[in-house]
Structures are given as structure tokens and as C-alpha cells.
Design a protein around this ligand. Sequence first.
Ligand code: SAH
Length: 218
Amino acid sequence: MRKYEDSYQHKGLRKKLINHLREKGISDEQVLRAMEVIPRHYFLDSAFDKIAYEDRAFPISEGQTISQPYTVAYQTQLLQVKPNEKILEIGTGSIYQATVLAQMGAKVFTIERQKNLFEKTKQFVLKNQYPTIKFFYGDGYEGLPTYAPFDKVIITAAAPFIPPKLVQQLKPGGKMVIPVDEGAHQRMLRITKNDDDSITEEAFENFSFVPMLTGKNG
Ligand code: SAH
């Protein structure tokens, strides 16, 4: 059994990472605080222990990645998270992004299409600390109609287009943060659903994500 330990060294490296994110322009103190508290190295294979606080994406299993800390901070900041909001996440992966949202007080519903990654969530080491994260195995394009509507939706894979069912499952006034394909990169978009069901789109920086695929795997 792996031993999980959050040492002074880890905490020190995390502080440095937070300062780096601040320098790169992240200014939402709630986001920075959440990322300072969460031991990112718990979400990675122990082989990455020494480098877990570099501002880089790392491989998890099934050819997937844990997003770069800057990307996580950027998407979370755009989402304007408030305590008790219901947030739908597409692409559970390592559970790191879901944990950041839960640490900020959100109720998180997260979907993963890779069976093996979903199965791993049952052994999530911080499960007892974050009981407000609910895990689902399924196709993110479908969302979770049973639990809709959501205050916010976050997509952590490269979407070829804005999935209509996910817009439907947003509350009026709700927001979606989604990286949408634009050639080799994705443009980060923030969609706001208006009271008349129309949407307003804002465009931000470019990022590079693993693809949002159709259907379940496994
Ligand atoms: N939020 C994750 C990032 C993981 S990478 C983290 O913090 O680690 C993106 C994840 O999206 C991968 O695990 C991939 O399997 C998943 N994914 C891709 N297409 C999907 C879909 N249609 N539905 C649900 N998950 C999907």
C-alpha cells in the first residue's frame, strides 16, 4: 500500500507554485487558497512525487493527463465558483480539478468515460474529506439530466463544439467554461446562459487538452 504524506517540503513547493500562478496572472484568492491546501502529489503516481509541483501536465493512466496547474487555476477562476453551487465537470481524470472545486465549497458532479479511471475513483484517498464530490461513469456529451440544472459546467477535455445538452442543463444565468478546438489548440470560452435561453460567449487564451471523445470506453 502506498503511504501518502504531505511533508513540509511538499507544502513549501506548493507555496512556490502558488506564487508562480499569481505571477502568471491568477488573482482569485479562493482558487489560490484551494490549490495551496490540496496535495497535488496525491493525485499522481508516486514516481512523480518530486516534480508534482512543477507547472506541468503529467500522464495519469489510459493515455490521459492531469491538467497543468495554470490551466486548472485559469479554468476555475473563469468559472467564478461560489459556495454550495452545483457544478458539473466533464473529464474526472485524476480527480484533482474536482477536488479544487469541492475545496471551494461546490457540490461537484463529475463524469469520466474511461472505465478504469472511473473505477479508480472508488479508492480516492481523500474521499472522506470531500464527500461532496459525486462520481459518474458515462459520456460527458450527455451530461447528467437527472441532476440538472447546474449553476456551472466545466469541461476539461478539448471539445470539437459546444455540446447542446450541456447548455440545456445549465440554469439561467449559469456559466460554462470549455476549451473548444481551433486547429492545433483550443480556445478557452466562457458561455453564459441568458434568461431567454440564448447564450453569450467570451473568448480567452489558447490551451492544449486531450480530446473530448464520444461514448463510453470499457
Ligand atoms: N479534470 C482532470 C483532467 C483529465 S484529462 C484532472 O483534473 O485530472 C480529461 C479527461 O476527460 C480524461 O480522463 C478523459 O478520459 C476524459 N474524457 C474525454 N472525453 C470524455 C467524455 N465524452 N465524457 C467524459 N469524460 C471524457
